[in-house]
Design a protein around this ligand. Sequence first.
Ligand code: MLT
Length: 310
Amino acid sequence: MKVLITDPIAREGVDILRQAGLEVEERLGLAPEALLEAVKDADGLVIRSNTKVTAEVVAAADRLKVVGRAGTGLDNVDIEACNKRGIVVMNTPGGNTNSAAEHTVAMMLAMSRHIPQATASMKAGKWEKKRFQGQEVAGKTLGIIGIGRIGSIVAELVQGLRMKVVAFDPHIRPDLAEKLGVELVDLDELCRRADYISVHTPLLPETKGLLNKDLFDRMKDGVMVLNCARGGIVNEADLYAALKSGKVAAAALDVFEKEPTTLENPLLGLDNFICTPHLGASTREAQENVAVAVANQIAAYLTKGEVRNA
Ligand code: MLT
């Protein structure tokens, strides 16, 4: 049986597929037409976020039995089209949680201490101590929207920085929140109390544009906002207006409504905005974890019919 890999994954994953006796074809960065051709005789398809598994791709994939996402988000997969054809869709949500949580904390500290701006200033030959006075995070309140796998680790990490955590999540059990040392509140109270707000939900119809003008208006003046989850949860036009007016003092985004994001995005022209190009899971450790997990899962399914999600 053949497994087609269309986005780069760590070598360890490719080796596992081969050792399981599967034929592996790596065709990275395919144009849509070429993907339709390449997927025709694949039994398994391994992707990250770049490949779009549309209904058209599913229809072209005569032999496809399983799609494996090396990573968490499945918003690039037409799950309904896969379900209709009985194609199993798997992801590896455990593999990059730590990296994504660490990236969130790194962005929060970088934003609070103007590290990207100060680096750019020094590289331009300046020494601007006064311009870059920052603020401590210790003693501040972080509001976490969505306290699942990644949000929980963020909560643990920032308590080590002596922050208080309040969280909004209609799905979490109160005893789990208590164990994490997190106070569960409704969205209004979170907005009223948080000095920093970080979102950690998937992109769903109910979370699309969740952080919009209406929500920014309910936040504290001078709040700082982070999104290292999924592009589109923050309404970028509304964020731009809130950053311009100073309602939101600073924002840090790792993910965007449109990726890749270019200089056409006005957010990139703001001094109080910092960003990274969807790097949350871009660590050696996370990429190895997700590649190994997806390869084991696909091999188990194609060779033994076992369905696992790690
Ligand atoms: C994920 O969903 O796993 C992350 O956003 C990382 C990625 O897209 O590669």
